[in-house]
Design a protein. Structure first.
Length: 155
């Protein structure tokens, strides 16, 4: 199994796992390798270090940080990869638990707000002007870009 560091044309980094370098080249040529964030097929490999799994019994007592506070600060801050994974998980959760009403978002949000339609979670697209009008009417909305990859399972 080969693990490659990849990046799309929009600079979204991600990993790809392939049976071999040839399998990667074949899938790339067939536009099967796509960015999980923006669904771009314009993907390239980036330089990466080999990954080694070395077992270790854990930190030695004298390897612990001098200050427990320093340790808490280092573990409290997620890595960029963890943040991306959390964002993608949130996007998938949003897709699973809302109805896509597309360009009818403002209209449907009003119908729900004024109890003309059943209350439910919706998502869709709206213009900045429509969004401002919704907010003026007291209808809470928020923007959350959803990548195409969040709407379908990843391989």
């Amino acid at each position: 199994m080969k693990v490659f560091d990849l990046v799309c044309e929009h600079a979204h980094p991600f990993e790809g796992w392939f049976a071999s370098a040839d399998a990667f080249d074949e899938q790339l040529a067939g536009a099967l390798v796509r960015c999980p964030v923006c669904d771009s097929a314009q993907v390239r490999r980036t330089p990466s270090a080999p990954r080694l799994n070395l077992s270790s019994p854990g930190p030695k007592p004298d390897d612990r940080p001098a200050s427990p506070r320093a340790d808490a600060e280092s573990t409290a801050m997620p890595t960029v990869e963890q943040l991306r994974a959390l964002w993608l998980a949130a996007a998938r959760q949003l897709v699973r638990n809302t109805e896509d009403v597309g360009v009818r978002f403002a209209e449907e949000a009003r119908r729900i707000h004024y109890r003309e339609a059943p209350e439910r979670g919706i998502r869709g697209v709206t213009t900045a002007e429509e969004r401002a009008e919704l907010e003026d009417e007291g209808i809470d909305v928020f923007s959350f870009p959803i990548p195409a990859a969040a709407e379908e399972p990843l391989q």
